[in-house]
Design a protein around this ligand. Structure first.
Ligand SMILES: Nc1ncnc2c1ncn2[C@@H]1O[C@H](COP(=O)(O)OP(=O)(O)OP(=O)(O)O)[C@@H](O)[C@H]1O
Ligand SMILES: [Mg+2]
Length: 456
């Protein structure tokens, strides 16, 4: 285990002394403080990996110390210690973001386990960050998993388009088919790759904000415009702007976008001069734009402008040959992430996975494999580790899943189950935290705490 920096905040000298002695003997570096005030100063100077905070302190109290630490560093790992308080105090501490609470008197075995867990958590988190960074920055056509003839053709065509001067590309495909991955691969395979790749989700911002994000604004253009702000178009100069969910933009913004695409010039909001820009725009949507045109929600001229180079990624159920390579790819990924050793898939389970419809496409498959790798012990991925909608073959039950988990003989880690349930709730609630917390019958704060705990 990697040695940790640990801070103890407790007014009892004996406790501080024994913490220091025991933890130092395990190789950790220990700082101690008898008051909250001094403890906070130590936190600021040393940024410890783990903090033990007692509730009763001479000056500011334990709960407040927790809040202050969390304000300084949201990721801080805090263990709350109580002597005789009711559960309420412990719950309050958890709400404020404590990772765990322990009751006094405690044994140091308990403390060692906590330290081990935290070390493990920090480790996994670092790996995750690294993976994410690699995924974001290094996606090329080589990292696009594919086997089917149709995908081979699409990758071929996309490579060609990437190399051309084509300044606009339209990516179509259901949610989770890999539009994001393709956009990044195209950028990284183009001669724009050393320049920025900026992405904006058009559905996440109201109209005026979206425009100011894209085109920027001059100082004083509107009440909040205290400073000049460059838009993504200018920031991406020489590179690529990825406009995700283009089907959601308003008709007025569509006009402005079309003008920018045609003239290769933009004008900041409140500005008077046109600024020449050299960017490639990759637009993506899971909507049927032709239908949107008929419903007068999308401009036909913009559509024709965008679709000159169009790449349509088929749903996973239309390219079942890709399922097997995806399974191997994601099993390897999650084996590494969760230190598991899954080597093969039981033939029956494989059949179920290949016959399933995958309404959420590759994203759903990835989540299913993640869950299965966590739940499965041993080296063979069994039917029991698959979610009900797959092993019962009833896609209708997708949103109403009653049977939760098959219990393997060797047992299951409750922590992992909790994580899986939270992931499912978030998915079902479309990542809306309020809805997800209702589904789980917990408060939003608790959900936020648990998300943090599980690195979600
Ligand atoms: N061919 C592929 N190779 C490797 N990973 C893939 C591939 N296609 C999709 N993925 C993975 O599947 C997940 C979903 O893909 P992505 O985010 O690109 O979908 P999307 O089409 O942009 O979905 P949405 O419309 O919901 O934004 C991601 O985790 C991505 O890394
Ligand atoms: Mg996407």
């Amino acid at each position: 285990m990697k040695p940790l920096k640990i801070l103890i905040i407790d007014d009892e000298r004996l406790i501080r002394w024994s913490f220091e002695k025991k933890l130092t003997s395990k190789g950790h570096k220990v700082f101690t403080s008898g008051s909250g005030e001094e403890g906070l100063k130590l936190f600021e100077t040393h940024y410890p990996d783990l903090v033990f905070v007692d509730n009763h302190l001479p000056g500011i109290q334990g709960l407040e110390v927790i809040s202050t630490i969390k304000e300084m560093n949201e990721d801080a790992n805090i263990i709350f210690m109580t002597a005789y308080e009711s559960v309420d105090v412990a719950v309050a501490a958890m709400k404020k973001g404590a990772f765990e609470y322990i009751r006094k008197p405690f044994s140091f075995d308990e403390i060692f386990v906590i330290a081990e867990n935290i070390a493990e958590k920090i480790n996994i988190k670092n790996e995750l960050l690294l993976l994410r960074r690699q995924q974001k920055e290094e996606i090329t056509f080589d990292s696009i998993v594919h086997e089917s003839t149709v995908m081979k053709q699409i990758v071929q065509v996309s490579k060609k388009i990437a190399k051309t001067d084509a300044t606009t590309i339209l990516l179509l495909g259901e949610s989770g088919t890999g539009k994001d991955v393709f956009a990044r691969a195209i950028h990284n395979d183009s001669n724009r790759k050393t320049k920025p790749f900026v992405t904006i989700n058009c559905s996440s911002l109201p109209d005026t904000l979206l425009e100011s994000e894209l085109f920027g604004h001059e100082k004083g253009a509107f009440t909040d415009a205290k400073k000049l702000k460059k838009g993504l178009y200018e920031i991406a100069e020489g590179g690529t702007v990825f406009l995700d969910e283009i089907g959601e933009i308003s008709l007025t913004t569509q006009v402005k976008l079309l003008t920018a695409l045609e003239n290769r010039m933009i004008r900041r909001i409140g500005g008077t001069k046109d600024i020449p820009v050299d960017v490639r725009v990759i637009a993506a949507t899971n909507k049927n734009l032709k239908e949107s045109i008929q419903q007068k929600l999308f401009r036909e001229d913009l559509y024709y402008r965008l679709q000159v180079f169009q790449i349509e990624i088929p749903s996973l159920r239309e390219r079942k040959e890709d399922i097997a390579p995806f399974l191997s790819f994601f099993i390897a990924l999650f084996n590494e992430m969760f230190r598991k050793k899954i080597k093969q898939i039981d033939p029956e389970a494989k059949k179920l996975l290949e016959n399933y419809d995958w309404p959420g496409n590759v994203r759903e498959l990835r989540n299913v494999v993640e869950r299965a790798v966590i739940l499965q012990s041993g080296t063979t991925l069994q039917v029991g580790a698959l979610p009900c909608e797959i092993n019962n073959m009833t896609p209708q039950s997708h949103t109403q899943n009653n049977c939760l988990i098959d219990f393997p003989e060797e047992g299951i880690s409750l922590e992992n189950i909790e994580k899986q349930i939270i992931v499912r709730a978030l998915e079902m609630a479309n990542y809306n935290q309020t809805k997800a917390s209702k589904l789980l019958d917990i408060s939003r704060d608790t959900l936020r705490y648990k998300k943090k705990k599980h690195n979600l």
